[in-house]
Design a protein around this ligand. Structure first.
Ligand code: COA
Length: 318
């Protein structure tokens, strides 16, 4: 598999830490020091599907393909306004594709899980070109009265087109059922037969535990992949890490012992946009001319579940 196109889109409403100070007991100083986040883009008048479609069309254009060339669409999404149909069906119609589609939910690690699925489809020749779209609106999962969670997240979409190639050098996925450290319970319709008590809660997060799992698991995944591919940490041009918190990113970098310029970040501008973070950052690097053919990249992400995904790829575009 190789990546041949990327795209991204962010909502227009940028919410600064100072704007949050106006209705939450928080401060720019606290948020900046603990998370590195200065602002996040949050959905207001637009719909998540609009972001997804912009990112998808950009990725197609960057790949030099049209929607007709796509054989399969994988959309990574945790929440959007529809439970059904899947967001990938909406995207398919809006970009004018006709191929089958599926949604997956591996939380913030969704992009790597989607890459793994895409690689399998390509290997068994069930598809030639696959569009991966990660579109997320965690701002609709948190309580905006809870300063511990709402300051951390933003909304957005990132996309990539992948095709046959041998530039995916190694990939690793994990799931450990730690469902109590990070969850969001959405309400269901009542029925005449439900007598058990049901709880519906906005996003609940045990921040310190998530922090520890994130750093430990990401470092473990990356080390295993470097070992498997025989690469040294410094052979990697960029570590494209999940953008949840600047302190998590810095801790992973310190444990791996790599220089700061190898670990790009944009969490300060977008907050945590869940699975869209990784392809959106990749798109920024691609469009900013930072990637050269042959560059080795590591991707690593973690999320609710607890899920983790990491891979080593070689950049294929000129
Ligand atoms: N503004 C001001 N104070 C805040 C605050 C905010 N936005 N959010 C929490 N606090 C307070 C807490 O209420 C607590 O106060 P107390 O000591 O009086 O009880 C204090 O700050 C410390 O809270 P704590 O949760 O221990 O802080 P922390 O140093 O662990 O930082 C996180 C909190 C969430 C930033 C940090 O744990 C983290 O980044 N975890 C990982 C989150 C993550 O990546 N999630 C997504 C995974 S995909």
């Amino acid at each position: 598999m190789k990546i041949i196109g990327t795209g991204s889109a962010h909502p227009t409403c940028a919410v600064t830490n100072q704007m949050l100070e106006q209705f939450l007991d928080t401060s720019d100083e606290w948020i900046t020091e603990r998370t590195g986040i200065k602002e996040r883009c949050v959905i207001s008048s637009e719909k998540l599907e609009d972001m997804a479609v912009i990112a998808a069309n950009q990725a197609l254009e960057n790949a030099g393909l049209t929607a007709a060339d796509i054989d399969f669409i994988i959309c990574s999404n945790v929440v959007n306004e529809y439970v059904t149909p899947a967001l990938s069906c909406i995207i398919q119609g809006k970009i004018g594709a006709t191929c089958p589609t599926v949604d997956i939910n591996a939380a913030c690690a969704g992009f790597i899980f989607a890459m793994d699925m895409a690689e399998d489809k390509l290997k068994c020749k069930k598809a030639k070109n696959i569009l991966i779209v990660c579109a997320e609106e965690p701002s609709r999962m948190v309580s905006w009265q809870n300063r511990s969670t709402c300051v951390l997240f933003g909304d957005g979409a990132g996309a990539a087109v992948v095709t046959e190639g041998d530039e995916l050098k190694a990939i690793r996925l994990t799931t450990s059922s730690l469902t109590e450290v990070l969850y969001y319970q959405r309400s269901l319709e009542p029925t005449p037969y439900i007598s058990k008590e049901e709880n519906f809660e906005p996003l609940v997060m045990k921040g310190r535990e998530v922090f520890k799992h994130a750093v430990t698991n990401s470092c473990r995944d990356i080390r295993k992949l470097l070992n498997e591919t025989g690469l040294d940490a410094n052979d990697i041009k960029y570590y494209v890490l999940h953008q949840a918190n600047r302190r998590i990113i810095d801790s992973i970098r310190n444990f791996l012992g790599v220089d700061e310029e190898k670990v790009p970040h944009n969490v300060e501008r977008y907050g945590n946009i869940s699975s869209a973070a990784l392809p959106a950052l990749l798109d920024e690097l691609n469009r900013g001319g930072k990637l050269k053919k042959g560059d080795k990249l590591v991707f690593s992400a973690f999320g609710a579940g607890f899920t983790t995904g990491a891979c080593v790829i070689e950049w294929a575009k000129e």
